[in-house]
Design a binder for this molecule. Structure first.
Ligand SMILES: C[S@@+](CC[C@H](N)C(=O)[O-])C[C@H]1O[C@@H](n2cnc3c(N)ncnc32)[C@H](O)[C@@H]1O
Length: 195
């Protein structure tokens, strides 16, 4: 069964509402001042793409051919690639920045995806994320655990209870700047490789 993430028009309509309610401000922050060579993973229908400055040499990818078709219709001039973040088709160390928004809740193997991001980033490169994350309070997290099976089915793969911040740190990044919205579960942050 397809979930919301696999139905481009439905996903886009829902995102339009969430963007109007405040997410588009974070999308602008997410993309402002990224490095010259930037990779966006899980770009979906391309809701971040209008926000990048024209001098950015951007490559965007998504695992879903159909959803990427929507982005391709809107941005025919951009290099858009069908690929999974767990197996990035790029040489090591070639990107200054990697961007993702609302992706790592759906990635099948987040550890492998983050290891791949680490591989393609240059030393001291930057990872920027907007992700909804595990609730900071045990009661909130317990509710997320409870609703996860049905949530994952309806959305088509999203896990609301993932501790993405810890996964990013385990992958060797230090989280530098951050903000929260939506009762603490939506998180914006920038991270750099340690060492
Ligand atoms: C909730 S949508 C977010 C789309 C877009 N980033 C945005 O902010 O609107 C999640 C996207 O991540 C993509 N995705 C999930 N797992 C992926 C993976 N392992 N590799 C690449 N893309 C993935 C899905 O196909 C989907 O388009």
């Amino acid at each position: 069964m397809r979930g919301i993430e696999q139905i481009p028009w439905l996903y886009d309509a829902l995102m339009f509402v969430i963007d109007v309610c405040g997410l588009s401000r974070w999308r602008r922050e997410l993309t402002a001042g990224v490095g010259e060579r930037t990779l966006e993973v899980g770009c979906g229908t391309g809701r971040n793409l209008p926000h990048y400055l024209t001098h950015t040499r951007l490559v965007a990818l998504d695992r879903n051919f159909q959803i990427l078709g929507d982005a391709r219709r809107r941005f025919p001039h951009l290099p858009l690639v069908v690929a999974r973040v767990e197996a990035l088709p790029f040489r090591a160390g070639i990107f200054d920045s990697v961007v993702s928004s609302l992706v790592f809740c759906s990635v099948e193997n987040p550890g492998q995806g983050l290891a791949e991001i680490r591989r393609v980033l240059r030393p001291h490169g930057e990872l920027r994320m907007i992700e909804h994350v595990r609730h900071p309070h045990p009661r909130g997290a317990a509710i997320q655990d409870l609703i996860q099976p049905i949530w994952t089915k309806v959305t088509g793969g999203c896990h609301p209870n993932r501790d993405t911040e810890r996964a990013v740190e385990r992958a060797g990044f230090s989280i530098e700047e951050s903000g929260r919205m939506s009762w603490g579960v939506l998180r914006y942050f920038s991270a750099r490789l340690r060492g």
